[in-house]
Design a protein around this ligand. Structure first.
Ligand code: FAD
Length: 185
């Protein structure tokens, strides 16, 4: 049936679009529904500055910024102050996200067509040293094209990027089948 899907993602913001891409790349049929029209695809990300948290990136190394998974995790834990039993999963999530930011995140985005402005900023600097809260080194990687550049891999006429398959999107009850080009991978 045309409307069949393995997964329905509610919300076509960046989180929903990334989830839909991963699901489609895993070979599952996914539908994205959003309360807004297609002009709002990407949610807040379109309006954002497009600053991304990356750790020990090529851009940082070019600028002589010494960063590492351990330092970034220490900064994160310094800000979060996890000290309760119920902080177990937030802590695990932080460890996983820092590992992602120090690992495949940059290349995953690059494969989607995402590009980074070559100057790394120092947002959320916080406590000024490695033991305090905030980023002890610059980690704010600005997307080339800022917010619109973040959502560019998901243009309205191709809701899920070329490498993904089997995905449809539903905006204001409108449904379109995704064009698929397996050679685009
Ligand atoms: C001005 C601005 C600048 C920012 N700058 C940065 C930055 O530089 N760096 C950074 O990391 N972050 C920044 N942010 C924050 C970042 O953009 C957001 O955290 C991120 O985009 C949120 O993505 P999301 O998918 O979780 O949520 P959203 O973008 O809010 O997407 C949620 C989607 O769900 C839809 N929705 C909600 N409820 C329903 C429902 N019941 N049924 C159907 N659809 C529904 C909404 O219409 C929306 O499309 C900025 C945000 C703003 C506003």
């Amino acid at each position: 049936m045309a409307g069949d899907a393995d997964v329905i993602v509610v919300g076509g913001g960046l989180a929903g679009l990334v989830a839909a891409t991963e699901i489609a790349d895993a070979g599952k049929r996914v539908i994205v529904v959003d309360q807004e029209g297609e002009q709002s695809l990407g949610g807040q990300a379109f309006w954002s500055f497009g600053g991304l948290f990356l750790v020990d990136s090529l851009e940082q190394r070019r600028l002589g910024i010494k960063d590492s998974y351990d330092l970034a995790l220490q900064d994160w834990l310094g800000s979060a102050g996890f000290d309760r039993d119920e902080d177990l999963w937030p802590r695990r999530w932080a460890e996983a996200y820092v590992a992602f930011a120090a690992g495949e995140k940059r290349e995953w985005l690059r494969a989607m067509g995402h590009r980074i402005f070559p100057v790394v900023g120092w947002a959320e600097r916080g406590g000024y040293d490695a033991m305090g809260h905030g980023n002890s080194v610059p980690r704010f990687h600005v997307t080339w094209g800022t917010g619109p550049g973040i959502v560019e891999p998901w243009p309205p006429d191709l809701p899920v990027p070329p490498q993904s398959r089997c995905a449809d999107d539903h905006q204001r009850h409108r449904r379109r089948r995704q064009r698929v080009d397996p050679r685009a991978r």
